[in-house]
Design a protein around this ligand. Structure first.
Ligand SMILES: O=C(O)C1=C[C@@H](OP(=O)(O)O)[C@@H](O)[C@H](O)C1
Ligand SMILES: C=C(OP(=O)(O)O)C(=O)O
Length: 432
């Protein structure tokens, strides 16, 4: 296993051009593939998660051409996958696995979908239950409720109403919404229980609208996809910079002087994680923003304030708050984040375990975490990253406490941000 030793960092300062948003990239790829017409997608994220989606679409026979490093031309197949039988390996990409499951369940092919071992521990039963209501034939190849999946040809039909649970992952509702236009009948989706990670549904609805499908909604409770909803290509689409990836750099600016300025997103971003800046502001950071950039600097006092926040709306960027909390003046409490337990790893447990290694006092609840920083961070901690890109990126912030830290398996950042540590070095002078 590779390790990365980060030397103590005294100051963070500079500019970062963000990689494309993972959530927008994988949605745009699928929508372009399902659409009528040719779509040029610009500034696409180049990472493991998008590579899995691109590979899958290629295996399904979708015509695609790489125009430049981050620009792809996709020729839509209007939901008629040219390849009717295929095995797809989707790594640990939730944004590929869940939406492809729905889009393939509504086609007449036979497909097997699998991923890395952790993907086979991440739930998908709520989505399969909803798809089965529409007549989809989906079998579990391992444990019921989890991948791998075997999708068989079936007579799917628009039901007037489908129900879906929303309290484990919003990706299930996203997947259903994106696939329903393939049925060509008006369908109403009712959300059962409390929907989590709501802003990701806004991304889905926004991008579906760009591809010509307007979903009617009743708050967060029900969504109706009208009959004759056919996706049509918008021609050209630009992917915003990734708001979750921005969080590490903005936190660095807030902790270690700044300003650190991220380019590629503004406060009007369609990504919910842009609201991370509200949390940083509440911690006392100085935030500035413009058309397509945001910057963060440390508070005048030099010390961040502790935070008590419901983080359900920003589950990914909330992890960054957990390590930023090491630099606060008291106990930070991050609440309503039970979904952390079913992501790349059990993030509540992983975060608690690793924060303790740098000296923090941590309370790990079923759906919350409380972090009290030590008087002085423990130097030379070796951080395990659990094959979780965000664990690796979050713990790079420890070095900003002028504390040497070792990151195990730093390469796991490839899931969403392959050159993260090079970019981090550029604003901090950290060895990478
Ligand atoms: O739809 C999306 O693009 C995502 C939704 C969120 O997942 P949950 O809805 O499972 O919280 C988020 O954590 C994930 O990284 C991306
Ligand atoms: C939860 C995440 O990924 P996924 O899209 O695989 O759910 C994440 O990127 O933090």
């Amino acid at each position: 296993m590779q390790t990365l030793d980060l030397a103590p960092i005294h100051h963070a300062h500079g500019d970062i051009v963000l990689p494309g948003s993972k959530s927008i990239s994988n949605r745009c790829l699928l929508l372009a593939a399902l659409a009528d017409g040719v779509t040029d997608i610009r500034d696409l994220l180049d990472s493991d998660d998008t590579a899995r989606m691109l590979e899958a679409l290629q295996t399904l026979g979708v015509e695609m051409k790489q125009l430049a490093a981050h620009d792809w031309r996709i020729t839509g197949c209007r939901g008629q996958w040219p390849v009717r039988q295929a095995d797809l390996f989707l790594g640990n990409a939730g944004t590929a696995f869940r939406p492809l499951t729905a889009a393939l369940a509504f086609s007449q092919g036979e497909y097997r979908l699998s991923g890395v071992p952790r993907m086979h521990e991440r739930p998908i039963g709520d989505l399969v239950d909803a798809l089965r209501q529409a007549g989809a034939d989906i079998q579990y190849e391992g444990n019921a409720g989890f991948p791998p999946l075997h999708i068989l040809p079936a007579r799917v039909a628009g039901q007037h109403t489908l129900q879906i649970r929303g309290n484990v992952s919003s990706q299930f509702l996203t997947a259903l919404l994106m696939a329903l236009p393939l049925l060509n009948e008006q369908t109403r989706i009712e959300v059962v229980g409390e929907l989590i990670s709501k802003p990701y549904i806004e991304i889905t609805l926004n991008l579906m609208a760009k591809f010509g499908v307007k979903v009617e909604r009743e708050g967060w409770q029900a969504f109706t996809v009208p009959a004759a909803s056919q996706y049509s290509s918008p021609g050209e689409l630009y992917v915003e910079g990734d708001a979750s990836s921005a969080s590490y750099f903005l936190a660095a600016g807030a902790i270690a002087g700044g300003p650190v300025k991220v380019h590629g997103i503004g406060l009007d971003s369609i990504q919910g994680d842009v609201r991370f800046v509200d949390a940083l502001r509440e911690m006392g950071a100085v935030i500035e923003h413009g058309d397509n950039w945001i910057s963060a600097s440390a508070p005048a006092s030099g010390k961040l304030k502790a935070l008590d926040m419901d983080c359900n709306h920003i589950p990914d960027a909330a992890m960054t708050l957990a390590t930023a909390a090491l630099f606060a003046d008291g106990t930070t409490r991050l609440r309503n984040i039970a979904s952390w337990r079913v992501k790349e790893t059990d993030r509540l447990h992983a975060m608690a375990t690793e924060l303790r290694k740098v000296g923090a006092t941590v309370e790990e609840g079923q759906d919350y975490i409380c972090i009290t920083p030590p008087a002085r961070l423990t130097p030379n901690a070796t951080i395990d990253t659990y094959d979780d890109h965000r664990m690796a990126m979050c713990f790079s912030l420890v070095a900003l406490g002028q504390t040497p830290v070792t990151i195990n398996d730093p390469g796991c950042v490839a899931k969403t941000f392959p050159d993260y540590f090079e970019r981090f070095a550029a604003i901090t002078g950290a060895g990478a």
